[in-house]
Design a protein around this ligand. Structure first.
Ligand SMILES: *[C@@H]1O[C@H](CO)[C@@H](O)[C@H](O)[C@H]1NC(C)=O
Ligand SMILES: *[C@@H]1O[C@H](CO)[C@@H](O)[C@H](O)[C@H]1NC(C)=O
Ligand SMILES: *[C@@H]1O[C@H](CO)[C@@H](O)[C@H](O)[C@H]1NC(C)=O
Ligand SMILES: *[C@@H]1O[C@H](CO)[C@@H](O)[C@H](O)[C@H]1NC(C)=O
Length: 317
């Protein structure tokens, strides 16, 4: 029995960053990861996000300024105006996406909406998330390849499938515009797992719900839930840019794709294996574990990303 429960734990750890693709017209598709070898993410001929990509944010529920700044500084860390700093910069990690035929893309934070009063309640379905994301969509028809609409939910918001099978989602939605034009947009959602499931969605900053009970690591920004959200955000953002409309880079079926970062789930540093995040850097003052440097002296822990040049999962340390 020992070996089968170990298998179970591996699966649950991998599930912790599951991505499901959704659209306005299709129910969410749940993805279950297995890790076939070798990993080859094939290009399926569709559009990718590219150029100067604006990430618009909808804060759903209560987020304090410190929580918001961890996320915003992370997004601002992915691109620089000057040359890309060497590893372990977060921008060096993001530049791996440039090898997915999209050229260098630049992430910047666009508009932000705060919905502090839970305008559609504290229990959301997939289509609620899509419709919240559509509030961030710009007017005009076509397919928007230069923006990503991100919905972030606070600790007390229940979202279908959150914790059970996923910590975040990305997909695409459509809104109708005047004259029957339609706008297609890429969006994502990440929830704050602090109360609901830190063992699934804030590992390795919380001990895993099941599996080998490795001691939790100290989060680099002192916030188990939001440092966990950064891991999920890195996962869905890289997935969205390289596979925004289900015809980009992935392995497996379009409804169960293994994408840029889900291909490397649970790996953070060299020598990682399921249940062990790998060798990381440690902040001497705080004891926090991290593997990436960002703006304003920020430190982050971000997952490995599949590198099309080497066909391997790349870690910064
Ligand atoms: C991105 O924005 C910069 C200005 O901030 C501009 O110089 C550059 O041409 C833009 N790149 C693309 C691909 O639109
Ligand atoms: C890049 O330049 C723009 C405008 O010049 C500025 O708003 C932004 O903060 C800069 N980004 C970084 C990461 O320095
Ligand atoms: C960024 O990615 C591009 C495309 O793979 C590569 O040519 C370039 O050398 C990378 N930049 C750095 C600083 O690694
Ligand atoms: C949110 O609710 C509070 C208390 O019910 C109210 O005072 C405040 O005006 C509301 N804010 C918005 C933006 O609706």
């Amino acid at each position: 029995m020992a070996s089968s429960s170990y298998c179970l734990s591996i699966h649950l750890l991998l599930f912790s960053v599951l991505i499901s693709a959704c659209s306005a017209s299709h129910p969410a598709r749940m993805l279950f990861l297995v890790k076939p070898k070798p990993i080859i993410l094939k290009y399926h001929g569709g559009d990718l996000l590219k150029g100067n990509i604006t990430v618009n944010l909808l804060w759903y529920g209560k987020f304090n300024p410190s929580e918001k700044s961890i996320i915003i500084d992370f997004l601002n860390s992915l691109s620089t105006n000057n040359s890309i700093p060497p590893p372990p910069s977060a921008a060096y990690w993001w530049n791996t996406t440039a090898s997915y035929n999209i050229g260098q893309s630049k992430i910047s934070v666009g508009s932000q909406i705060s919905d502090q009063n839970y305008s559609i309640g504290k229990s959301l379905t997939d289509s609620d998330i899509t419709s919240l994301a559509s509030k961030l969509a710009s007017p005009g028809p076509g397919k928007n390849l230069n923006s990503f609409h991100l919905v972030l939910t606070s600790t007390d918001v229940l979202v279908d499938g959150f914790c059970m099978s996923r910590c975040g989602v990305h997909g695409s939605g459509r809104v109708k515009r005047r004259h029957g034009h339609r706008l297609e947009f890429a969006y994502g959602w990440v929830g704050n797992p602090t109360i609901q499931c830190p063992g699934e969605c804030a590992w390795p900053f919380h001990k895993p719900t099941v599996g080998p009970q490795t001691p939790p690591l100290t989060p680099p920004n002192g916030d188990v839930g939001v440092d966990g959200m950064v891991i999920s955000l890195a996962t869905i953002l890289a997935g969205a840019v390289t596979n925004p409309f289900d015809k980009g880079y992935f392995q497996g079926s379009p409804s169960m794709p293994m994408e840029a970062v889900t291909a490397c789930a649970g790996l953070f540093g060299s020598g990682a294996f399921p249940g062990y995040p790998g060798k990381l850097l440690v902040d001497k003052k705080t004891g926090a574990s991290y593997n990436a440097l960002g703006v304003k002296g920020r430190k982050y822990l971000i997952p490995a990303i599949w590198d099309p040049n080497t066909l391997k999962c790349k870690t910064l340390v």
